[in-house]
Each structure stands twice: as structure tokens, then as C-alpha cells.
Design a protein around this ligand. Structure first.
Ligand SMILES: NC(=O)c1ccc[n+]([C@@H]2O[C@H](COP(=O)([O-])OP(=O)(O)OC[C@H]3O[C@@H](n4cnc5c(N)ncnc54)[C@H](O)[C@@H]3O)[C@@H](O)[C@H]2O)c1
Length: 329
């Protein structure tokens, strides 16, 4: 199937993964409507930084996914909807769980209702590996039980369950993609990889981090985007939940070592108590079994951790002025 001329909506198009996905869909020939979070500056987030010809091709809608009427109007006439908008910071979810429920649960309900009414051909909903909590078995398969170890995770579980319910009840053609940790250019500086790289690139004598032991399955953003694009077109996958991950897991300590090689700067690590999460909330390992993605989407991750870190460091080096120094300490 070709994307040429297909009417596609991306929520969270202003964000890290959403902006890369939006670019990829325009480049593939789709007619893309980009839903960006309304703000009084008229900022389109990362879409303000993309190539002008790609930006000019977009039908931009500024709004809020908590607003059912806005979401319904945005979905009207769309064939494929990619739903990525969410509040994603786990530490912030400890402080503001109500806004996570409003955005991640209510917002997803609005998208499901709108897709149902507009009779869209496919909804690709974005879940997260955080829904598993610390797993009972690794690698994690899609059938593993879910456990909300943070308000963020609990709201993403609720959103996934609404997708399941709308599939069972109304036959909404939804596919749940479950990315493991994604990294690359444009990721929030609060995430662990930009936090490490920014400190190394600024030649910090020591780098400040939280717990060094948790292990994560790290996918470079171009691979994650390729998985989304495939999930928008693959035949017969309605109702499926599919992992996007590499099948490997690296500890924060391993990531620091790889980042030091890439940045050619050595620094001692200082563990900062404020960055340590509550003991039962920290998820100690997330390692995917990505074989369903290979079977159903013909997808597998291609970019190695070192190559992804090199590309991310190169981008951060060119955009250091965008990241206030205190983000990194
Ligand atoms: N980055 C990762 O490692 C990762 C891993 C697994 C899953 N995910 C999921 O991928 C999706 C995208 O995450 P990201 O990393 O690109 O984060 P991001 O914060 O860069 O993107 C989320 C976007 O949602 C938008 N948004 C938030 N609230 C909104 C609202 N009320 N109305 C409209 N827009 C709103 C924000 O403006 C932001 O651009 C999320 O659903 C997240 O849960 C991310």
C-alpha cells in the first residue's frame, strides 16, 4: 500500500517522536494533519524546526486532546490516525497525576470516540513498555501482565484498556504499538540519554544521575518511526498489541560508558538523591521480545546503540543553546 495522498492525522505531532513521524509521513506522500498542543505563542514545538517545504505541506491544528469537540473535528475525513499526544514524564506524574488522567485517559477516550464516529480505517495508539512495571519474566512478551508502578504507567494502562474495549465493543480498527525506550534528536533533555550526553558535551567534571542499575531496551527514533509507519499500513493487525524494541537491555551505567566513548570525554558519576525514584515505583528492567513486530510488521530495529548515541550527540552539539544548563544537573 502506498501513502501517496492518504489523509493522515498525527496527535503529538509537535513532540519528539511525533515530529519525526510527521516528517516521515509527508516524505512518503501522505496528506498530514498535525495536531499540536495549543499555546499562546503559536509554537508548533519541534515542527517549528523542520524543513520549510515539509512544514508548508502540513495542515496544522492547534488544540487540546482533552477537548472532545476539537478532537472530533480534527479526525473528520481522516483515513489513518496516529495517536501519540500524552503527558510522558514519570517524575512529573508523581506531582500531577490528575493532569495525566485527563490527558492520557480522557484524551485517548476522545480520540477513540472521534475515530469511531469518523469511521477511520485505522487508529495506531501509542502505549509504552512502562505498562509492565518490573517484569516477572524477560524478555517481555505482549501477553505479560500489566502493573502500574507510576501514575504515568497507570494512565497508559487505562488508555490501552479503553482501546481494547473500543475494539471489542464497537469494532474500532485500533492497533496498539508499545515502544520501549526511544531516543534520538529532539528528545526531552529530562530523559536519561540527553541528560548524560548534555553533561558530557559540556565537559562536566562529573555527571549527575539517578539510579544507575535500571536496564532499558533502547530504540533509535528512526527505527521507532519505521514501526509506526508499518503499523499504519500492515494488513489484518486490528486489535493487536505490538512491541517496538531491540530485544536487548542496557543499564544506565552501560549507557554512560557508551556515551563517554562517543563524546570522548570521561567523567565520574555522582548519584543525586533527588533523582532516585520511590523504590517500588522504579522499574528495574524493560527488555522486549520484538518478534511479533517482525512477524506482523516485517519490522526490526537497525540502528545500534553506539550509532544512535553518535547521531544524538551530533545533533545535541549543534543545538546546545536550546538546552538550559540546569536541565543537565
Ligand atoms: N520517548 C519514549 O521513550 C517513549 C517510549 C514509549 C512510549 N512513548 C509514547 O510515545 C508518545 C510520544 O512521546 P514523546 O517521547 O514523543 O513525548 P513528547 O512529550 O515529546 O510528545 C508528546 C506530545 O503530546 C503533546 N501533548 C501533551 N498534552 C497534550 C494535550 N492535552 N493536547 C494536545 N497535545 C498534547 C505535547 O505537546 C507533546 O508534543 C507518548 O504517547 C508516549 O507515552 C514514548
Amino acid at each position: 500500500m502506498t501513502w501517496s495522498g492518504r489523509r493522515v492525522l498525527v496527535t503529538g505531532a509537535d513532540g519528539f517522536i511525533g515530529s519525526h513521524l510527521t516528517e516521515a509521513l509527508v516524505e512518503a506522500g501522505a496528506a498530514v494533519r498535525a495536531v499540536c498542543f495549543y499555546n499562546s505563542q503559536g509554537s508548533l514545538g519541534w515542527l517549528d524546526t523542520i524543513e520549510p517545504d515539509v512544514r508548508a505541506a502540513l495542515d496544522v491544528r492547534l488544540g487540546d486532546i482533552r477537548d472532545a469537540r476539537f478532537v472530533e473535528e480534527s479526525c473528520r475525513g481522516m483515513e489513518v490516525v496516529f495517536h501519540l499526544a500524552a503527558l510522558i514524564s514519570i517524575p512529573h506524574s508523581y506531582q500531577a497525576p490528575e493532569s495525566f488522567v485527563d490527558t492520557n485517559v480522557r484524551g485517548t477516550l476522545n480520540v477513540l470516540e472521534a475515530v469511531r464516529r469518523a469511521r477511520c480505517a485505522r487508529l495506531v495508539h501509542t502505549s509504552t513498555s512502562e505498562v509492565y512495571g518490573t517484569p516477572e519474566t524477560i524478555p517481555i512478551r505482549e501477553s505479560h501482565p500489566l502493573r502500574g508502578q507510576s501514575p504515568y504507567s497507570a494512565t497508559k494502562i487505562a488508555a490501552d484498556k479503553l482501546c481494547e474495549a473500543f475494539r471489542c465493543t464497537y469494532d474500532v480498527p485500533v492497533v496498539i504499538l508499545r515502544p520501549f525506550n526511544t531516543f534520538g534528536p529532539r528528545q526531552s533533555a529530562r530523559a536519561v540519554i540527553p541528560t548524560i550526553l548534555l553533561q558530557l558535551l559540556r565537559q562536566a567534571p562529573h555527571i549527575t544521575l539517578g539510579n544507575l542499575e535500571p536496564r532499558r531496551d533502547l530504540t533509535f527514533v528512526s527505527d521507532t518511526v519505521a514501526g509506526f509507519v508499518a503499523a499504519g499500513t500492515a494488513a489484518g493487525i486490528e486489535g493487536e498489541t505490538i512491541h517496538l524494541g531491540t530485544g536487548r537491555a542496557e543499564s544506565v551505567r552501560d549507557i554512560v560508558a557508551a556515551a563517554q566513548r562517543v563524546c570522548q570525554h570521561e567523567a565520574n558519576v555522582v548519584v543525586c538523591p533527588e533523582r532516585i525514584r520511590p523504590r517500588h515505583s522504579e522499574v528495574m528492567v524493560l527488555q522486549s521480545d520484538p518478534s511479533r513486530a517482525t512477524d506482523l510488521l516485517g519490522w526490526q530495529a537497525k540502528v545500534s546503540l553506539d550509532e544512535g548515541l553518535r547521531r544524538t550527540a551530533e545533533w545535541l552539539r549543534a543545538h546546545l543553546d536550546r538546552f538550559p544548563v540546569d536541565y543537565a544537573i
